[in-house]
Design a protein around this ligand. Structure first.
Ligand code: 26W
Length: 799
């Protein structure tokens, strides 16, 4: 008789269960319990209330023989889970009451949870938002990834330098996962392939065990919960006792250490393919385990392997799981005996691929040699897939294997039912640049699905002030039907609404101000315009142009200190990939500029620079609700979409941006009057880049830019090392591939326009409110509905 699921959602029941878990799950006496103990106890009590919708969802998917979606991603940038679960279950008041009853500080408990930082940036966070929407919509789906022991590194600053430290989220009990010992698969590597009565048989030379760890992902109003299954690597044989007995202790522990290496740490690069063998092992490890698990579940329910595409839709989050194509063909052809072409076509109809970047250095390619060495059977199958594709498309000129490397984008494209870009502009560029030939060969295969963000985390949970105002104004229901925010429009010119809107923003700014004081010792002026740029540090995202504008503003204020300047607080947040030297120089420069500007008496209350270390999901939830201006200033044609831009717009922060990625669609929807546009378009940028001396000419034409660059070059911000930024100066003068110089003056003017409007709170408030009211389309619910309709052909199950 199975234990009746806990559905008692009252505060007293939650308090009772929290006490019960503290004492009986963690064996802690309430009299001596620490914040961590209470946080874990509350987490288990909340988790108890997720199990019932979780079981119901799984049973419903089986009962109805529903088609399922599998989202394969090397990254899930989840952040914290306790508050998210409480918000989705509608247990906010109950949780606060339970804590009050226990005499513990609810906010302290929330703050004690480490971020699950299992991702680098946009791609990983998008995957996490998608999981929230899949559950909210009642779409039967599973996320598959890697249970890294160490997520994205912790960033600290040492004399302005970025220093990386290993992140250790699993050094404490993880309340949200269930270990699934029964769901373990042996994953092979290396070895040989022998032919046996017409079939190829791969005999791996080494293997590790993939062990499943399940985290339930609850949707809005707790009606449905899907599973995120993360694989941890375990040794095939635990412990070499023989070696131990002869005193060779290290060798005895070797198998364990060897195996765990595969899921030990997340690669911290988010734009450069390092081509490391361990990275490919990670990619194959989780992809093969996931495919195994999917096939086991399918064959438990169905017998005809040919019907796989009718019941299974797999989404590849970029090329990182692209080995899924050859792996699925291997299973269908080598293990189930389907003829090769049929195996290939069946696999193709099951797989879909999302491209997230056009940057050449980010497009993965693996050397044939490494692929033959690590995955000999797959390399052979990649050759066969390439032949199959060539046979079906004689006019093609590009092949997946080229000059000794396997191009994973080409492989993913050839083995996909649908390929999608992540914004309208990006998808057009996918069709005309990286996959131009494939697009011609396969008309209709490339479609667009513009990204989105979950309003539960990025509005309801992180901005209760604004959320309550929205509910007071248009009622509830918008949280899962975000385009209803447009119902705010008629209220925007209502003085009461405008006042309440401004008050919500101001309260968030004051709260952020006290956090910045505590975190980095900076006193900020809450009346200043909070101008925020938070994202990974990268040359194409042009944090450098933002710093140069900051320097120019500093110089201008020093030239005319008596002038009535619009006060500004420049807030930066972001990590540089450890091996990305120029990005690390930009980090150092931001800190050096901050250290000069923030002590300059002429700047007091007028200009300050804040760069809190270790930007992550939780910090974004703190910064975005307090932002006045959203910096989305990438070189046109380089940012595939952006998702931070959507979060800022929803939280009432107008965009300072180029016509790049989803900025284009944000401007179309919020209105050109509610967007600060500047810079070259994609085509103009392309043309300018071809113009010899474009940088020197731009610098010569701009006294402000000239002065700003001169200042960093002569060591104004690095008196202890005047030559520190000569390299950055050279990049700007000689190549400036990302057109910082060409766009600088246009950027400066747009910033001054923002200064003008910000001086009129009613005008600014109006822009901000229109951004919130007109950004509902950027909900990841709308995005996932698009994937369900146009790619996966899956219906939601209404529970
Ligand atoms: C091989 C190393 C590597 C790792 C990650 C290369 C590339 C990546 C990701 C694709 C980089 C990424 O996060 N791209 C971002 O994806 C977001 C979600 O679609 C977009 O909004 C961003 O514009 C895009 O830069």
């Amino acid at each position: 008789m199975d234990q009746a699921p806990i559905t008692d959602m009252t505060g007293s029941a939650l308090a009772r269960d929290m006490q019960r878990h503290l004492q009986f799950s963690f064996g802690k006496d309430p009299a001596h319990a620490q914040v961590r103990d209470w946080r874990l106890a509350l987490s288990l009590a909340v988790r108890d209330r997720i199990v019932e919708p979780w079981f119901k969802a799984t049973r419903a998917a089986y009962a109805g023989h529903h088609k399922r979606v599998y989202y394969l991603s090397m990254e899930f940038l989840i952040g914290r889970l306790l508050e998210d679960a409480i918000v989705n279950l509608g247990l906010g008041d109950e949780a606060m009451a339970a804590c009050a009853e226990a005499g513990v500080d609810f906010d302290a408990l929330l703050a004690d949870e480490p971020d699950a930082a299992l991702g680098n940036g946009g791609l990983g966070r998008l995957a996490a938002c998608f999981l929230d929407s899949l559950s909210t919509l009642g779409c039967p789906a599973m996320g598959y990834g890697i249970r890294y022991e160490h997520g994205l590194f912790r960033q600290t600053f040492h004399h302005g330098h970025q220093v990386e430290q290993a992140e250790a989220w699993l050094q404490q009990p993880h309340a949200w996962e269930f270990e699934r010992a029964e769901a373990s698969f042996e994953i092979g590597f290396y070895g040989d392939v022998r032919e046996e009565d017409g079939r190829s048989v791969w005999e791996p030379g080494d293997a590790v065990v993939a062990r499943a760890y399940d985290t339930p992902i609850i949707g809005w109003q707790g009606r449905w919960a899907n599973t995120l299954r993360l694989w941890g690597a375990k040794p095939t044989k635990l412990f070499d006792l023989a070696r131990f007995n002869v005193g060779d202790f290290n060798a005895a522990a070797e198998p364990e250490a060897q195996a765990r290496t595969i899921s030990r740490v997340l690669y911290p690069d988010d734009t450069t393919d390092q081509g490391r063998e361990l990275r490919l092992k990670q990619e194959y490890f989780f992809t093969a385990a996931s495919i195994r698990d999917i096939m086991r579940r399918y064959l438990d329910e169905y017998s005809d392997i040919r019907k796989l595409p009718t019941k299974v839709a797999i989404q590849l989050n970029d090329t990182h799981p692209a080995i899924a194509g050859p792996e699925l063909v291997r299973i269908l052809h080598d293990e189930h005996g389907l003829p090769f072409d049929e195996a290939a076509e069946t696999a193709r109809l099951t797989l879909n691929y999302t491209n997230h970047t056009l940057l050449p250095e980010a497009l993965e390619s693996w050397s044939e040699g490494l692929m033959w060495h690590l995955l000999p059977r797959h390399m052979r199958l990649i050759e066969q897939i390439d032949d199959w594709h060539a046979r079906n498309h004689p006019r093609r000129t590009r092949s997946t294997i080229d000059h000794g490397v396997v191009r994973m984008g080409d492989l993913a494209f050839a083995m996909a039912n649908k390929v999608n870009g992540v914004s309208a502009l990006h998808t057009d560029l996918v069709k005309t640049t990286v996959f131009a030939e494939q697009h011609k060969l396969h008309p209709g295969r490339v479609i667009n699905q513009t990204n989105g963000v979950t309003p539960r985390r990025w509005l309801v949970a992180c901005n209760p002030g604004l959320s309550n105002l929205i509910t007071d104004t248009i009622g509830t229901g918008w949280e899962a039907d975000l385009e209803r925010l447009s119902e705010l429009e008629p209220h925007i010119d209502d003085a009461g609404f405008a006042e309440a809107f401004a008050a919500a923003k101001r309260a968030n700014k004051i709260e952020l101000g006290s956090w910045l004081k505590e975190e980095i010792g900076l006193t900020v002026n809450p009346d200043a315009m909070f101008d925020v740029q938070i994202k990974r540090i990268h040359e194409y995202k042009r944090q450098l142009m933002n710093v140069l504008e900051t320097i120019s503003l500093w110089q201008a204020i020093r030239e005319e200190p008596e002038k009535d300047w619009t006060p500004r607080l420049k807030i930066f947040g972001g990590k540089a990939a450890p091996g990305y030297r120029t990005a690390k120089e930009i980090v150092h420069l931001i800190n050096d500029v901050a250290s000069v500007v923030n002590v300059d008496p002429l700047m007091r209350g007028r200009l300050a620079v804040a760069y809190p270390p270790n930007y992550n999901v939780t910090m974004a939830e703190r910064l975005i609700p307090a932002a006045d201006l959203s910096e989305q200033i990438s070189t046109a044609g380089k940012e595939a979409s952006g998702t931070g831009n959507m979060k800022f717009a929803l939280n009432g922060a107008p965009t300072m941006g180029t016509l790049d990625g989803a900025n284009v669609e944000i401007r179309d929807l919020v209105g050109a009057d509610n967007f600060f546009l500047f810079g070259l378009t994609t085509d103009e940028a392309e043309e300018r880049r071809e113009t010899p001396g474009h940088a020197t000419r731009a610098i010569a034409a701009s006294p402000r830019l000239t002065a700003a660059i001169a200042a960093i070059e002569k060591g104004t911000f690095s008196p202890d090392d005047p030559a520190r930024y000569h390299g950055l100066g050279r990049i700007l003068r000689d190549s400036d591939y990302f057109l910082v110089c060409s766009d600088f003056d246009s950027y400066w003017q747009a910033q001054r326009r923002a200064d003008e409007i910000y001086r009129d709170p009613a005008a600014w408030g109006r822009m901000a409110a229109f951004n919130t009211a007109r950004s509902g389309w950027f909900s990841s619910d709308r995005t996932i509905r698009g994937y369900m309709r146009d790619i996966w052909d899956v219906e939601a199950i209404d529970s």
